[in-house]
Ligand binder design. Structure first.
Ligand code: 4AZ
Length: 246
């Protein structure tokens, strides 16, 4: 996160750290992407975060990735489901969304606490200019390696018209994407934040409105972050998580 501040404990309780270990190794898991807890057994992330040949786990309820915190919950990933129309082109990523099904222990996956909560799926659009929140452990203006502390920042929803104008992203933008940020630059998501949440609040309910997906570098003027438009995928999410029955 560029231009962010340290998240408060329990301030982003749906934030997940998606971690991987190459198959058939004993190397430790390491953070690769963010994610969002949407149901006790399901984390939403970006399609481009997932390599089907690797083993994943998810850590919830944590602020400092370098510490073992008493509030954290570590869960194995049973299944990774990437959207069937997920595609990567030279300029952008389409339908950049995936679901991680968590493994239960004694019939329970994530346990709700002050530090672990689900975010709601959106049923309505938020207006352009709404102030929403991004969070993650990704690259900062100080460190390409990211932050061991979870950071968050406020960003504004940017209209599709502005974001697909020639001086911003032009025609590469499609309806599976939305833009949020600050056109003057400085505040943005970045590498390592991918898959993580863009949340917006309505009637005191936190909605997962976007998934960190791509952008031209980070924090540049007229190059806001591009997010998967979660609202367009609510039916897919409900169908996919219902089919698996948890
Ligand atoms: C990335 O490389 C990436 N500024 C993520 C987010 C943004 C740019 C790049 C948005 O994963």
């Amino acid at each position: 996160i560029y231009g962010g501040i340290k998240a408060l404990p329990g301030g982003q309780p749906w934030q997940a750290s998606v971690q991987l270990r190459p198959k058939d190794t004993v190397l430790p898991f390491k953070h690769v992407c963010g994610g969002t807890l949407i149901k006790p057994c399901w984390v939403l992330t970006a399609g481009h975060c997932i390599d089907k040949t690797k083993d994943y786990r998810v850590v919830l309820g944590t602020i400092n990735l370098a510490k073992n915190e008493p509030t954290q919950q570590t869960l194995e990933v049973l299944e990774t489901i990437i959207h069937e129309r997920y595609t990567e082109t030279a300029e952008s990523v389409h339908n950049d969304i995936a679901l991680l099904r968590l493994k239960d222990r004694n019939g329970k996956c994530a346990e709700e606490s002050q530090f672990v909560k689900t975010a709601c799926l959106p049923s309505e659009d938020f207006p352009d200019g709404t102030v929403c929140s991004i969070s993650g452990w990704g690259a900062t203006s100080e460190s390409q390696h990211g932050s061991s502390q979870l950071l968050d920042a406020d960003v504004l929803l940017i209209s599709q018209e502005t974001c697909s104008s020639a001086k911003v992203y032009g025609k590469v933008l499609d309806n599976s994407m939305l833009c949020a940020g600050h056109l003057e630059g400085g505040v943005d998501s970045c590498q390592g934040d991918s898959g993580g949440p863009l949340t917006c609040v309505g009637n005191q309910i936190h909605y997962i409105y976007g998934i960190v997906s791509w952008g031209d570098n980070c924090g540049l003027k007229n190059k806001p972050g591009v997010y998967t438009r979660v609202k367009n995928f609510v039916d897919w999410i409900n169908r996919t998580t219902a089919r698996a029955g948890v």
